[in-house]
Design a protein around this ligand. Sequence first.
Ligand SMILES: Cc1cc2nc3c(=O)[nH]c(=O)nc-3n(C[C@H](O)[C@H](O)[C@H](O)COP(=O)(O)O)c2cc1C
Length: 302
Amino acid sequence: MPERIIINRMGFNNPGAEAVAQALAEWRALGRWPSHPVGINLGKSKITPLEKAAEDYANSFRALWPHGDFFVVNVSSPNTPNLRTLQDKGALDEILAAIQEAQKSEVKGQRSETRDQSTKPASPSRITDHAPVLHSFSVGGSRITSTLSPVTQKPILVKVAPDLSLEALDEILELAGPRKIAGIVATNTTITRPDTNDPKLRRIYGEAGGLSGPPLRARSTEIIRHLYRQTRGRLPIIGVGGIFDAADAWEKITAGASLVQLYTGLVYEGAGLAKAIVRGMQERLEEHGMKDLREAVGSDAQ
Ligand SMILES: Cc1cc2nc3c(=O)[nH]c(=O)nc-3n(C[C@H](O)[C@H](O)[C@H](O)COP(=O)(O)O)c2cc1C
């Protein structure tokens, strides 16, 4: 449609963390693992009551831990009833604490497994033995694991809704230190709708679900800029929301994002969009006399 929006109400329809873990292990064993970092987005099951949310996230994290290079705690999808209430500081704190506990025991397990193997004669590796040992990786110049201990801690990011108030975002930021949040993904889809007098659009906007695409762009950039200012650029931000070309990506980066993510833009523009954006970034760096994207991150956030 000309507005280039999507309204989705998919929910987290997937075969479950165990089945996904199995599929990822098979990919790895078949040598089909990509060379770039793989992020895994975690959401609570619809049937899990809110009081059990922390356990649910931690269980999915544990099942998928060997396979992801970084994890995103998604508490901002509008399509799982009440999921977004988990953005409240207390609830999110509980989820992150449970995940960090799971992280500790997984790391401990892997360390003792590595120790055992070094004293044993060589044997054929199990699939999970190929799990990546991540020290840190760079997002647009920001070392994303810099606050985490070395060897196998995996970065845990939080994905926020564009409909949160700036005060609510500040409360989430208060958890960054104590719960070792490695970054924020800003933003998910919105439950708000643009104003319109067009009857056809009104009908479409009346559909339930989260809206993505151009109407989300400015709000998502505003949130990125706010987060960047509040953290003085110390917390990596993945910028997402309404990116359709290099100008949109540049807007997110100069507002404070170290990395950008696309969804609706890919649907309307196709896979070539990523390449066009990279080319556009190179052109903009030259125009601004910058050598590295790092110089651009947050340059329009002061
Ligand atoms: C069909 C569809 C499914 C999505 N599923 C998820 C999801 O499972 N987890 C999540 O964090 N975000 C999900 N999103 C949100 C996107 O990742 C992104 O945050 C949002 O669409 C805004 O970016 P965009 O305007 O580039 O699409 C989904 C979006 C769409 C359109």
